[in-house]
Design a protein around this ligand. Sequence first.
Ligand code: UFG
Length: 341
Amino acid sequence: MKKILVTGGLGFIGSHTVVELQNEGFEVVIIDDLSNSSLDVLDGISSITGITPKFEKIDIKEKGKVQTFFSDHKDIIGVIHFAASKAVGESVLKPLHYYENNLNTLVYILQEVVGLPSSNFIFSSSCTVYGQAEHMPITESAPVQAAESPYGNTKQIGEEIINDVCKVDSNLQAISLRYFNPIGAHPSAKIGELPLGVPQNLVPYITQTAAGLRDCLSVFGNDYATSDGTCVRDYIHVVDLAKAHVVALKRLLEGDNRSNFETFNIGTGIGSSVLEVIKSFENVSGQSLNYKFAPRREGDVTEAYADTKKANDILGWQSQLTLDDAMLSAWNWEKNIRNIK
Ligand code: UFG
């Protein structure tokens, strides 16, 4: 029995990670409060893998329910913790909601994880902890900068909480994965990203515009100090990102980690501008996208892309899929959910 708990396992990155875990023979239990996900995702996962993971609807803010869950599942050997709110703009308007939802819940989960016979823990962190880094590509030793938003702050504080616990509890083995920009969908088009309302992120906005749900994409700023004036990011295919979680988990299970709290950048190492992402979409979809230039968006950094050497050399993980692969999978997913042929 290799039972893994995936919190937020019906969300975008969580669901793709559940697929990869099941493909590798792990038994998965998902807890999710369905606040930003749907039960249909379970069908997608079972249709891809042939296995329906166990699921319990639990809001992790309810500490008693978390305690009961863990006392019923003492044989869990690893926890991958995705459950969290993730909209940067919303976090500015609702800071207390973000601190409660992302940090209280982390504490409640950790309080149970440290009591397990096998305390292996993977945390969803973000490149947002680096802010506008001084040097590109960004290494893990780049300084963590003052957070731009309560959301970003929850990722920084979350890492500090885990690190503090690791210092006094050598039983806890933790890895924090700092994601760059996750995009794309499973190649089967059976699971993917399902943003609530108007998408805040670039790729779902592109695919919804192409699908006719939005009139026109606004490209936020064309006067940045980059090759074409638009912002540069490191867009990582969600399937590659999901696989990084499995590799990190195995590292802990096999005792290969060098300290009980490690951090790794998870990106491709390639920076792409907004215009390059649009070009990739047009190339793989065969259609042109309606877009216009608009003023800069507050809080956007000019560029952020990963130095992936540590993940490549120490974690033994490397991204395999290209920006075109990711854009094609995102478009196939959008077409599938909108019934576009
Ligand atoms: N962009 C547009 N138009 C849009 C949406 C985005 O031009 O409609 C641009 C942004 O200005 C940015 C790029 O596309 O230059 C990527 O924007 P996203 O919103 O897709 O991603 P971000 O890099 O802003 O945010 C991501 C994650 C956050 C995380 C942040 C860390 O979504 O969770 O990286 O930098 F906090």
